[in-house]
Write a protein that binds this ligand. Sequence first.
Ligand code: AMP
Length: 576
Amino acid sequence: MQFSKLANYFFKLESTSSRNAMVEILGELFQETEASEIDKVVYLTQGRVAPLYEPVELGMAEKMVIKAISQGSGSSEQRTVELFKKTGDLGEVAQKLGEESRSKNQGKQTVTEVFEKLLEIAKTEGVGSVEKKIGILAGLLRESDPLSTRYVARIPVDKMRLGFSDMTVLEGLSWMLDGTKKHKDRIEAAYNIRPDLGYIVKQVKEAGLAGIEHARPAVKTPIFSMRAERLANAKDILEKGGGKMAVEPKIDGLRTQLHLKRNGKNCEIRLYSRGLENVTGMYPDLVAAAEEEVTCDDVILDGEAIGFDPKTGKYLPFQETVQRKRKYDIDLFSKNFPLKLVVFDCLIYNGQSYLNEPYTKRRELVEKLLKGNKIIVPAERHLVDKPEELKRIFDEEIKKGLEGIMAKKLDGVYQAGARGWNWIKLKASYEGKMNDTVDAVVMGYDFGQGKRNKFGVGAFLIGVYDKQSDQFKTLSKVGTGLTDQEWRELVKKGKELVVSQKPKNYDVNKIMNADVWLKPKLVGVFRADQLTKSPMHTAGYALRFPRLDNWRTDKLPQDATSLKEINEMALLQKKA
Ligand code: AMP
């Protein structure tokens, strides 16, 4: 496919805010694309040249892209900067300058050619790489027709602005098959196990639904983590779980998947966060321990990485553990905050998927594989069939400073990417108030007044994800309850996420509009006194006296508390 044709599709997608229209456009695009190119097309719709979990970044700052646009179009850098200041969108700048400097050889590149060039930019490293990257992008822009430059220039700065999520792509794929959305659930189930849109789309393009019927997890491809439901007391939990359940401590660390493959002496290890980020480089201590302590050949383990005090063995609070999620000073922090990986599940063992096996069987494997280990250890577990017993274990864990417990259904399968009743959490109730925190996404902020003015942010708008409509719905404006350091972090993180218009998948009441809109990326954990009904907020509820607990750099926005859970939490609150 010519890239200029793909750019036309991008423009159609960008120009509509109707989700149904997007699904249809994507369906048509997938229909027209050859199987050999379809994975590349899908990665490009996401503004990427690899699946989300592969750390392949183009590594170009705005300034570099400005230089490339100016070189590619023959306009001065000053004019490029001026236009950028006016529009705030490098894509528009590139298109306008491209229109002024049209030449005959523009617009003949194929999708594959553009993709390969972008990949080359990502792979360019070392001395002189800044100039080289600028040169490649400038060449690419020079050979692109004006509409194509709009998108080629946006990709390196991660601002495609097409306004749809992975779920829309999956629906588009269903649409490609027979002009309906009815296959979305089946496609999504496969995607949760193999969250690589390029792979899924290619399989379906080549073999229809049969192509993903037997989607298996694969070592070195992260799986969407299973999550837990919540209930307010021990009795309800045991009733829901079939009378007898396994109870494990709820470890408040960083959800981590360990992938290990041995081939003779060669041992490959990858660690992934809950947000599917490859975090192997951050935890050299866990990698070394895994190589020594996990003795099988081919395995995926699921657990929580948590800091501990080497003298007492006691686990550290989340705020200390989270310091290990960093890109610099890794060795120093590994020494000061050593980690354990507390494993509670096994998803693949010796090449075989265990996702559909019962919990008890997966748990047996965990114990067998990790027996006697020091760093990669199995989670503690008790078998319980009486509410009093469950409550006693819960109280003990709280006394030890943990968050609560996880009760697991003995015959429950591993529901990748889902929040299911096979796992039920019980957390401490905070002085009879809301008995759980809410993970919410920062959607935008207002300019500061008064005390907060020194940070440039007065209040910020937070929201939750509604899977049904694939939209973010607002839950509160937060103006207090942050330390100066937390405000600073918000401003710093927010800067990278600013977009010039309200994202299409934000459902916001006019009265709650923000001065500055942010891409949905920054997730915070909020504590509040209560959930109260609110006509102002599109979630239908608002948080009463929200306070930030901490920023959660490990959670994806879709992973935040869902609208469905907010409704359930409101019900539990009434019951308590
Ligand atoms: P929450 O983040 O409050 O929804 O709680 C669910 C999370 O608790 C899971 O996603 C895991 O990251 C974490 N967790 C801690 N301990 C366990 C455990 N024993 N089993 C499963 N998940 C656990």
